[in-house]
Structure formats: structure tokens, C-alpha cells
Design a protein around this ligand. Structure first.
Ligand code: ATP
Ligand code: MG
Length: 388
């Protein structure tokens, strides 16, 4: 008996030609075996980390760059290479990866590191002193029979900085044989940590610039060869994805998302080719999913504020913070929050990319005003707000 999954996979019947050879290479977590246009940054990491192979604790390193510029991928790539190079060396080198969005306190990070290094510690309950001492003992007691050097990759460290990121950096940088590689989206990330921490961090910095359209094309081309069947991509598909992602601050993740979604849309259409029309549809689909997901997870008062912005925007009004507050009070009636709190909401919505603000001067003596603009489609916002 024929199997429907086989048929779809092979594309040998009315389901249309199969578009994908293997979808995994288009997944965010896929680590390719070569990272084009990041050779220089990887070499820089390696130049610092090479000390570990000689039994010396490497300098701390910080990688900076906007979203989708290959920081996580490059650090994981360097990690694999170092682990490979450390085989059969007299010194033990370990590189542990921690995503700070998963472990958000100093206790959790240190406990996780202890566990990754084979120590049986509880996820909660001990004092900070107990957990830190256990961690430091790993290096003293020399369980590995030879010197152990540990490199800790702290990815997405920004999330810790308003919590106790300081504490983690301080503890790790004050532990012998431990080197930290932190990854941040903000060049000024060190302004957010205490100076005693900055001085013990004493790090080397590596910047990841945004990718240009040509570089994104090279990245997509490599992946497309692994992911798509031969000749299914129209020749303008990769250049279009790359150009669109270059506009989005050179984000390789977005470029890959466009290509993957375009492929899925072509597959859904039973088309035997991926065309530029599929890429444009993919852009809308990604935008749509992003906006609806963000709006649906916003707290109620922020949704009300958005509703107020939508109302004013539809009236074609220039939206000042004063006008917005009046409208917001009408929308939320009795349970409105204070005028000051609204400024926090405005900041958060701006960070999420749903609105933009622009401060303009009204001329001498008249002060400054904040002008707020919607950055997403009015209709999309309206349907999302009113169907939650
Ligand atoms: N030079 C490259 N070659 C191949 N793939 C790449 C390259 N740079 C990035 N990618 C891919 O693009 C995606 C995003 O990259 P990555 O996750 O490393 O970005 P990031 O800088 O860590 O972003 P964020 O700041 O949002 O965490 C990943 O799937 C990654 O494999
Ligand atoms: Mg990352």
C-alpha cells in the first residue's frame, strides 16, 4: 500500500513537486560547518582562547552585535573547534554554554554549571555561599586529575543586567581557571554593570557588524543547497530575501526565516518552484505572526494604550503624549494607570517595534513634545486587539 507521507515527501503525485530536501538547515538552531563572513571574528575568539590549550586561563571576551549577526553561531562554532583541539592535551578544557534567558539568577547559573560539570547540586535551597563554594571546589580538588580550565559562554547576558547579572559576572571572573565569553546586543552594555565588576571583567571586545545584502546572499546560498531540491528556487529568490533582510539591520535569522517561509508557502501552493511572490507573501506572514504574537501577550493596560494609539491614528491625528493620555483614559475608564506609568509603556512598545517616538522641539520657550507613530498595520492591529 502506498503511504501518504512518502507521496508527499517525494512529491510524485498530485501534491506537487517536493520543494525541500531537508528542512533542518533552515532552522535557527542549525549550526553549519562553515560560517561565511565570520572567519575574522572566529579567528579573534580563537586567538584569545588558545591560551587554554597551554594551561593558561584565557582573557574574558565580549561579543557585541545586533540581532542575527551570528554571535551565538560563531561562539558555538569556536567552542566545537576548541574542544576538538583540546583532545589529547594534558590540560582539560571545558566550554559550557548558558543561555541567560533560561537561567536568570546567579544561583541558577552557578547550579547549572555545577551540574554540567558533573556535580550533584539542587536547583534551589542552598545558600549562595554554598553553591559558589561547591563550584569553586571543582577547580581546587582537581577531579579531572589534570588542570581544568573552564570557559563559560553567557549568551543573551543583557537579560541579567537588571537582575543580578553583576553578581554572576563577579563570581565567575573571581574564580581561578574560569574565563567568560559574554554575548550582548548593546555596545554600551558595560555602562550597566558596576565598576568593580567591569574591572575584574577586563574583557577583550569583538564586534559583529550587520551583514550586507551580498553577505546574506552567500549565507542563504550555502543553506539553500542543503535545504532545497535542485532548481526549485527562482533565481531572484535569494537576492530578494537578502535585500529585505539587509533592510532589517542585516539580520541573518530574518533572511533564513524568509527563505524557509517562502519554501513552505510554495509547498502549500503545490507549486514546483519558489518564486519572488512567495518571498513577498512570506514577509507578510512573518510580520503578521510577529505582531499578533506580541500584541496577544501584552498586559491589558498596554493593550488599552495601543487601542488609544490606534483610535488617534485612524483619525489622522498627530499623537502627542498628552492627547494619548486623554484617549487612553477614555478607553480604559476607571482602571487607568498614571500618566507617568504611560511613559514606561510607551518605551516598552517602542522596544517591541510596534510604535516609534520622535521628540520635536516646538520652538524657543515652548519645550519639547513627544510624537508617537504606529509602526504596524492599522487593520492588523485592530483585528488582533479585538479578537483576543
Ligand atoms: N555567517 C553565517 N553563516 C551561516 N549562517 C549564519 C551566519 N551568521 C548567522 N547565521 C545563522 O543565522 C541565524 C542567526 O544567527 P545567530 O543566532 O548566531 O545570531 P545572534 O547574533 O546570536 O543574534 P541574537 O543577538 O538575536 O541572539 C542562525 O541560524 C545562524 O546559524
Ligand atoms: Mg544569539
Amino acid at each position: 500500500m502506498s503511504n501518504i507521507f512518502d507521496e508527499i515527501q517525494k512529491g510524485d503525485d498530485s501534491f506537487g513537486k517536493s520543494i525541500f530536501k531537508d528542512k533542518k538547515p533552515l532552522d535557527h538552531r542549525f549550526l553549519p560547518d562553515k560560517l561565511v563572513h565570520r572567519e575574522e571574528q572566529i579567528r579573534q575568539i580563537a586567538k584569545y582562547w588558545i591560551d587554554a590549550l597551554n594551561g593558561v586561563t584565557p582573557s574574558n571576551v565580549t561579543l557585541y552585535g545586533k540581532t542575527g549577526t551570528g554571535k551565538t553561531a560563531a561562539s558555538k562554532f569556536a567552542r566545537e573547534q576548541l574542544i576538538d583541539a583540546a583532545r589529547n592535551k594534558r590540560v582539560q578544557v571545558k566550554v559550557e554554554y548558558i543561555r541567560c534567558t533560561d537561567y536568570t539568577t546567579e544561583y541558577q547559573v552557578i547550579a547549572q554549571l555545577c551540574q554540567q560539570l558533573g556535580r550533584d547540586v539542587p536547583n534551589r535551597g542552598w545558600t549562595k555561599g554554598e553553591i559558589v563554594n561547591t563550584f569553586r571546589d571543582i577547580f581546587k580538588t582537581n577531579v579531572y586529575g589534570s588542570k581544568l580550565i573552564l570557559i563559560v559562554i553567557l549568551d543573551e547576558i543583557d537579560i541579567l543586567l537588571d537582575k543580578d547579572g553583576d553578581g554572576i559576572l563577579y563570581t565567575l571572573t573571581r574564580t581561578d581557571n574560569v574565563s567568560v565569553l559574554s554575548i550582548s546586543n548593546y555596545l554600551d552594555f558595560k555602562n550597566l554593570i558596576k565598576s568593580r565588576v567591569t574591572s575584574s571583567l577586563n574583557d577583550k571586545e569583538i564586534v559583529f557588524p550587520p551583514y550586507g545584502a551580498d553577505q546574506l546572499s552567500d549565507i542563504l546560498f550555502e543553506r539553500a543547497q542543503l535545504a532545497f531540491n535542485d532548481d526549485v528556487l527562482d533565481s531572484d529568490v535569494i537576492p530578494l530575501c537578502s535585500a529585505m533582510a539587509a533592510k532589517e539591520e542585516g539580520d541573518a535569522r530574518y533572511a533564513l526565516d524568509l527563505l524557509k517561509n517562502a519554501g513552505e508557502l510554495a509547498f502549500d501552493d503545490d507549486s514546483d518552484k519558489v518564486t519572488s511572490a512567495h518571498v513577498r507573501m512570506a514577509k507578510d506572514r512573518i510580520e503578521h505572526n510577529k505582531v499578533t504574537e506580541i500584541i496577544q501577550t501584552l498586559p491589558l493596560q498596554q493593550q488599552r494604550l495601543l487601542e488609544a494609539i490606534l483610535n488617534l491614528s485612524k483619525q489622522g491625528e498627530e499623537i502627542t503624549s498628552g492627547k494619548l493620555y486623554d484617549e487612553y483614559e477614555m478607553v480604559s475608564k476607571k482602571d487607568a494607570v498614571t500618566y507617568r506609568r504611560i511613559f514606561d509603556f510607551i518605551n516598552e512598545l517602542e522596544l517591541l517595534g510596534i510604535i516609534s517616538t520622535n521628540t520635536i522641539s516646538r520652538g524657543r520657550g515652548k519645550g519639547r513634545t513627544n510624537i508617537i507613530k504606529l509602526q504596524c498595520d492599522e487593520n492588523l492591529l485592530e483585528t488582533t486587539l479585538f479578537t483576543i
